[in-house]
Design a protein around this ligand. Structure first.
Ligand code: EPU
Length: 436
């Protein structure tokens, strides 16, 4: 298993280019199942989760062509052709490695009238059920049973006894769910009539997916608000390479680099990103004393000396993202003062705390609240990554710790960060991958 070896204490200086958003790329890749024509996506990040999704789609019969395979220099352009899907199934072997595989359920059911998708299990950050996805699809007339660990779904039976089109419905989810909203929005694009999604998630990744679907011919309004209206159409069309959908910049990768500079100090410009998607995090960084100067498609961040500890509460967008909680906690670990962090989205998202404590941090957890008291210096140690964002927080802590920090199990990091250690090296961090 690969590890990252970090020698802390370097200031960060220079430029980093931000990649396309993981949590937009995954639903966008699955949305290509909705059309019988090839769909081209651009600004696709190079990530293990993207590779897993491509494997999942290829296993169903989707033909995948990367621009690089055509001898093209554009590594971030991919064309997917779901014209010959023969196996509308997501097997356990793939789903168990990536919960976002559930995003094929809506598109498969909408286009083929049937789907067989392994039930995702629990994961390091909580039990994470998918009951809302199932409830919403049932409201659209789907017949769904869960047996032998699989969600077996088919569309409402037509007069010919065959599964037919889903029916538009008004759906109010019990809580705000990001992939739940995405699954239902995708399913509704090919349903008969109008679907209204109430209590919809407002994340920028939802807007990105809606924009892709609209470019493919879907009729959607209200994306980015709590009520999304979708008028079903008979079919969606493809997108040629010239019409490629550009995936939005990764706001969590952006926020991770902002926190790294805030904690380690330095002066860095993040290119190809969008500060507007990250206002809650930028506000908190400013409170911590970090200078953040947004431009049209870049952000300049600079910091010197210790930051000030800042408390926050995770919330759905536009609130403070749960996916930034661990990285901001790492910054608080070396800040002046103490601050309370409340995690409201996931039940078990403090797995990084014990590892941060191994590095000398002072953190006390009580239920959903972690109180961090900053220390003047962390000290390097061997630590273990437990999930994607926890790994990123350990890397940030390693950048500021005295001596050597070895972060083990970084396959979690590779799932969702595009060449993170290379990007950090590019701005002066002393970090290397140790193969193992
Ligand atoms: N929930 C249910 N039932 C459902 C759906 C959700 O109880 O049917 C609960 C969850 O257990 C959780 C809350 O609702 O407590 C919100 O979960 P949500 O469904 O919004 O999470 P998700 O869609 O599974 C996405 C991101 C996560 C991110 C969350 C919250 C993708 C592929 N994943 O997950 O990203 O943390 O939204 O913003 O978009 C990450 O990138 O590291 C990551 C975990």
């Amino acid at each position: 298993m690969d590890k990252l070896l970090i020698r802390g204490g370097r200031r960060l200086q220079g430029e980093v280019t931000i990649s396309g958003a993981k949590n937009a790329a995954l639903p966008d890749l699955c949305a290509t199942l909705l059309s019988a024509e090839p769909v081209t996506l651009a600004n696709v990040p190079q990530l293990q989760d993207v590779n897993t999704t491509i494997k999942l789609l290829a296993n169903m019969g989707v033909a995948v062509q990367r621009a690089a395979d055509r001898g093209d220099d554009q590594h971030d352009v991919i064309t997917l052709d779901a014209g010959k899907v023969h196996n509308p199934e997501a097997p356990y072997e793939l789903v168990k490695t990536m919960r976002a595989s559930i995003l094929v359920l809506g598109p498969l059911l909408a286009r083929f009238g049937r789907a067989r998708v392994s039930l995702p299990g629990g994961c390091a950050i909580g039990s994470r059920p998918v009951d809302q996805h199932i409830k919403g699809l049932q409201a659209m007339g789907a017949h769904i049973v869960v047996e032998h660990g699989y969600i077996e779904a088919r569309g409402p039976l037509g007069a010919d006894g065959q599964p037919g089109r889903l029916k538009g419905a008004r759906i109010t989810t019990d809580m705000v769910t990001v992939t739940g909203t995405e699954n239902l929005m995708m399913a509704a694009t090919l349903a008969e009539g109008e679907t209204i999604l109430e209590n919809a998630a407002q994340e920028p990744e939802i807007v990105d997916l809606a924009n892709l679907l609209i470019a493919m011919g879907a009729r959607i309004e209200g994306q980015g608000t709590h009520r999304i209206r979708i008028q079903g159409v008979d079919a969606l069309h493809g997108l040629t390479p010239a019409q490629a959908h550009q995936i939005i910049p990764d706001r969590i990768e952006t926020g991770t680099f902002l926190c790294a500079v805030g904690a380690a100090g330095g002066d860095v410009t993040l290119r190809r990103t969008d500060a507007e998607q990250l206002e809650a995090v930028i506000d908190k960084l400013r409170e911590a004393g970090v200078t953040v100067e947004p431009g049209a498609d870049f952000i300049r961040v600079s910091a010197s000396g210790r930051p000030k500890a800042v408390g926050f509460r995770t919330k759905e967008h536009p609130g403070f993202p749960t996916d930034m909680q661990a990285q901001f906690m790492a910054l608080n670990c070396v800040a002046e003062g103490s601050a309370a962090i409340h995690e409201t989205i996931f039940e078990n998202r403090f797995m990084h705390v014990n590892e941060l404590i191994r590095l000398g941090a002072r953190v006390e957890v009580d239920g959903h609240t972690a109180v961090v008291t900053g220390v003047p210096a962390l000290s390097g140690a061997t630590v273990m990554a437990t999930d994607l964002r926890a790994s990123a927080s350990l890397v940030i802590a390693g950048l500021v710790a005295e001596g050597e920090t070895l972060v083990d199990r970084i396959y979690h990091l590779d799932r969702g960060y595009d060449r993170m250690e290379a990007k950090l090296r590019g701005i002066g961090a002393d970090i290397e991958r140790v193969k193992g």
